[in-house]
Design a protein around this ligand. Structure first.
Ligand code: NAD
Length: 417
């Protein structure tokens, strides 16, 4: 096994340093952009159902707000660390910049195990986190969203608690809300849909016919399932393999979305699907397909398995599925990677649309959301593709260069550095 660096914060800084070097950023700018501008560490009490009080720790990192209020999810996770939150906040900064929405990057987290908590305990935890941090967030400063183990219901409680603190209704303080509380149409499949627009453009520049292409998807949650559904609707390509944490399935003739989805609903897993062969997650990644879509976890493609990836396009719906060493190998081998913070930026883009609709108090139809999302993603894709061509670098580095350049420009124009 190679000894690769897998600490997300170390990886985020390493990637930034490389982009800053290529952009020849001046020293104070480099120092400023490689660290978060603000971090909050909070400790807060929550009354549990048995009458005892438990003390929880939470974080909120506001990485950089030169381009606008910081934006990013809140995670509830037993192994949450400040380093993970910092890395994710940095990536949010670059993600918002690459799709050119007027927002900075942030992230939050609470160390807790939501699987061991009742619904009422989760509500009190959500409200407690906002009471601890409410004075430091807001529609004009920092706007949270759902992430690992937080959902639309958690966002509703948090928005309500913030509104109680301010004394009036503030839907714009948080995105990913349920539709009746000011959520946006089209948010459910926005991440996968944004990825589809990138795949469409990548196929165009590479001359690949998506109508006859074969595709493998790792992960069958929000991102993976919607990817399967949208591929069928938009391209008619053959999805030949899908997987979840319990294993994968393969059928060279293609896997019908409705039938696969129904099987997973009925059995809780994708494996043992009639007519398909069971395969491991490792085998899925190395299939001879035109497109590979990692939509599960980080660090799935490493220096060890990267040389065996056969896909022509790898579209990263997951965050951080590829290690920096694997990136270099894929680049040498001619695999066209659509990097995570471009490929999965559809989610935050529609979150931004949600903020805009909240501010106007006027709501768009799903078709209007899709059209605006398409325009943002298509522009972002080509900005990155052109940067990669111009500098002879891989797409992830090009995406960093586009994003870091835009944030540095905002910092300079403000006269900060
Ligand atoms: P999810 O929890 O809904 O689904 C995750 C899926 O991955 C599940 O099907 C799970 O069974 C599967 N999985 C877990 N371990 C696996 C393994 N070892 N091999 C194969 N599959 C495995 O999560 P999601 O919202 O779909 O997010 C997936 C990825 O996409 C994450 O990296 C997330 O950060 C990223 N992402 C999601 C969104 C979004 O809007 N949902 C936005 C941006 C990025």
């Amino acid at each position: 096994m190679s000894e690769e660096e897998l600490n997300p914060w170390a990886i985020a800084q390493q990637q930034f340093d490389q982009a800053a070097g290529l952009l020849q950023l001046e020293e104070p700018m480099r120092f400023f952009l490689r660290e978060p501008m603000r971090e909050f560490h909070v400790t807060f009490p929550v009354k549990m159902d048995d009458g005892n009080v438990r003390i929880f720790k939470g974080f909120r990192v506001q990485y950089n707000d030169a381009r606008g209020p910081t934006k990013g999810g809140i995670r509830f996770h037993p192994e949450e660390t400040i380093d993970t939150v910092r890395a994710l906040a940095a990536w949010m900064t670059w993600k918002c910049a690459v799709v050119d929405i007027p927002l900075g990057g942030g992230k939050g987290g609470v160390i807790c195990n939501p699987k061991e908590m009742s619904k009422t305990e989760l509500e009190r935890l959500s409200r407690g986190y906002i009471r601890a941090l409410g004075h430091y967030i807001g529609p004009e400063t920092d706007v949270p969203a759902p992430d690992v183990y937080t959902d639309a219901q958690v966002m509703a409680w948090m928005m309500d608690e913030y509104s109680i603190m301010t004394g009036y209704n503030v839907p714009g303080v948080i995105t990913g809300k349920p539709l009746p509380l000011g959520g946006s149409a089209g948010r459910g499949d926005a991440t996968a849909r944004g990825g589809m627009y990138c795949i469409r453009e990548a196929a165009k520049v590479l001359g690949i016919d998506l109508g006859t292409a074969t595709i493998a998807i790792q992960g069958y949650g929000n991102a993976g399932q919607f990817a399967h559904k949208l591929i069928a609707e938009m391209f008619g390509s053959r999805v030949v393999a899908v997987s979840d944490s319990r294993g994968g399935i393969y059928n060279p003739e293609g896997l019908d979305f409705e039938a696969t989805f129904a099987h997973r609903q009925a059995t809780g897993v994708v494996k043992d699907f009639p007519g398909a062969q069971n395969i491991s997650n490792a085998e899925l990644l190395e299939l001879d397909v035109d497109l590979l879509i990692p939509a599960a976890l980080e660090n799935q493609i490493t220096a060890e398995n990267a040389p065996r990836i056969k896909a022509r396009i790898m579209a990263e719906l997951a965050n951080g599925p590829t290690t920096p060493e694997a990136d270099e190998i894929l680049f040498q081998d001619g695999v066209y990677v659509i990097p995570d913070f471009l490929c999965n930026a559809g989610g935050v883009t529609v979150s931004y649309f949600e903020q805009v609709q909240n501010a106007y108090d006027f709501y768009w139809k799903a078709e209007e959301v899709y059209e605006r999302l398409d325009e943002k993603m298509t522009r972002a894709f080509h900005a990155v593709h052109e940067m990669a061509q111009k500098h002879g670098v891989h797409n992830r580095m090009a995406a960093y260069m586009v994003a870091v350049h835009r944030v540095a420009e905002a910092v300079r124009l403000r006269g900060w550095v």
